[in-house]
Ligand binder design. Sequence first.
Ligand code: PHE
Length: 337
Amino acid sequence: MKEKLLEIKKEALGQISSPDADLEQIRIKYLGKKGELTAVLRGMGALSAEERPVVGQLANEVRASIEEAIAARGAELREKELAEQLCREKIDVTMPGNAPKMGHIHPLTKVQRELENIFIGMGFSIVEGPEVEYDYYNFQALNIPPNHPARDTQDTFYITDNILLRSQTSPVQVRAMEKIKPPIRIISPGRVYRSDAMDATHSPLFHQLEGLVVDKGITMGDLKGMLETFAKSLFGDSTRLRFRPHHFPFTEPSAEVDVSCFVCGGKGCRLCKGEGWMEILGAGMVHPFVLSNCGIDPEVYSGFAFGLGIERITMTRYRIDDIRHLYDNDTRFLEQF
Ligand code: PHE
């Protein structure tokens, strides 16, 4: 029986130390109720009175050493597994990451912000107005009564007879003058709408930036000086301006304003189509009717206004030949800016 016990011990310890040991299985096999050690102990009744305590003690020792070995091996296996898991789950924080796709400022937004910054630097503040506008603000208050021919060139989308999508940012001038009293020095960038078919230079939706200055003693000289400062900051110090007489119903006198071509300096090149000049905005002295429509006395105050197309400036600046590129949202195009 002693030999049997020692054999069980040897066999059990051998199995416990094997690399793929299933410890629970081994415990059941040797120490369980129907296990081998238990079977040996059951047979102890047949032993003599002297042998029994000796074998009993040995059996206890065998059980203890198997239990110990199982516990020790269990701890060892758990530790090994933890080490493997830690190794598997290790994160190398120095590895290059998966860079997220970054968004990109749209060229129109970029130019709009640049324009805003130039004007803020000259003391203007930014005012916004509604895109869905009353006929009164978009036309009538700006000296464009019903049936005025200017309505043809600024045909827009009507919501009712009275309410429309604004065709220009000029209605913001009127809203501003109704609210704030001179001195006024504002710009108002925003979307405008016209019933134009889409082609390389037209879009039914585009962006303008309007400017308005009203105070005592404002003259055309102030307008020219301010626009010159503006054009030099936008297109470079050697930029010159050219004023061509024009007509806008809400300014008198009015002018269309050109800048000398920033590529050829005025000699004529492909960008300026041989002209040497590029038209960038419309401007003029606020019409006395418009001032009095807004409750400002034209005998006391005068002012100038100007309006420019943000698309046109952007296209000139970056030599974009088709306005549709600005709305297609093709990232291959947009990423160039
Ligand atoms: N609103 C005019 C247009 O859209 C531009 C402009 C604004 C002209 C202010 C003069 C003064 O054509």
